[in-house]
Design a protein around this ligand. Sequence first.
Ligand code: AMP
Ligand code: ZN
Length: 302
Amino acid sequence: MDMQTSLLDRLFDAGLLIETGVDGLYGRSGVFEDVISRFEGLISAYGGAEGAEMIRFPPGMNRAHFETSGYMKSFPQLAGTVHSFCGCELDHMNLLKCIDEGGDWTKTQEATDIALTPAACYPLYPTIAKRGPLPPEGGLYDLQSYCFRHEPSTDPDRQQMFRMREYVRIGTQEAVTEFRQTWMDRGVKMMESVGLDVEIDVANDPFFGRAGKMLANNQRDQNLKFELLIPVNSAAKPTACMSFNYHQDAFGAKWGLAFAGGETCHTACVGWGLERIALALFVRHGLDPKAWPANVRKTLWG
Ligand code: AMP
Ligand code: ZN
């Protein structure tokens, strides 16, 4: 049995995660959810004073927006779309027969207008663009959503449906890069305040699609994506629990996010992988939060 399987088994045995029979798709216990909600409270304590507009999208997004985002160019293997039965009565009879016979009934499902949200900020950009020009100070948004990524795994820190909390800044290059730097500093502080060992690393992630591969290759050099790493499965290979992304004006140009004078906005987002952070806490401090160090408990529960 490897390390990952044993961590997942320990989480199942403790009842923190609940098995569904699908790798990366789990139920969560009340104790697990309480840790997530307390950690979200800590995020809000750090960021709440800045007056971000809170928006909660469901875990599915407009498929047309998903297509425009270019996600399929970069991560076709991770994407999920919602399909549904759209047939007539006869089709329904055939469907039931197919299920009865153990056949592949999903073949007749048709795509709906909904794609599963791959990152919490994806539905935001078209929403803000639709409102019209941004004011000179830009905008700041507080998001949280379940996200889907088709990457089945027995590592509990790689789930197919997990939550991402994000702050997104839309504005001038200066405002947006300052926002990202502020959150990199806060991210480290925040994790240290709950007793987690952190490390920040530069990462790459082709936000711009394979077509923009040159840009993606340059991403590391340009420091467009940083990740905050915390040990979960292994101390030697810590897990990305937060990411800090600066998209330059790529999303502004794609979605038509502009100031009244017509100048394209820059964007940046900071994201917390909430399940990963909860798991890092359980691994670091033990599976029973009541027995966590007093200072950590105080930070989270007050
Ligand atoms: P990314 O958009 O890939 O930078 O992801 C944002 C954050 O979501 C990461 O920093 C992780 O904390 C979290 N995350 C990404 N993929 C997964 C996954 N498969 N399971 C759990 N958390 C994830
Ligand atoms: Zn984002």
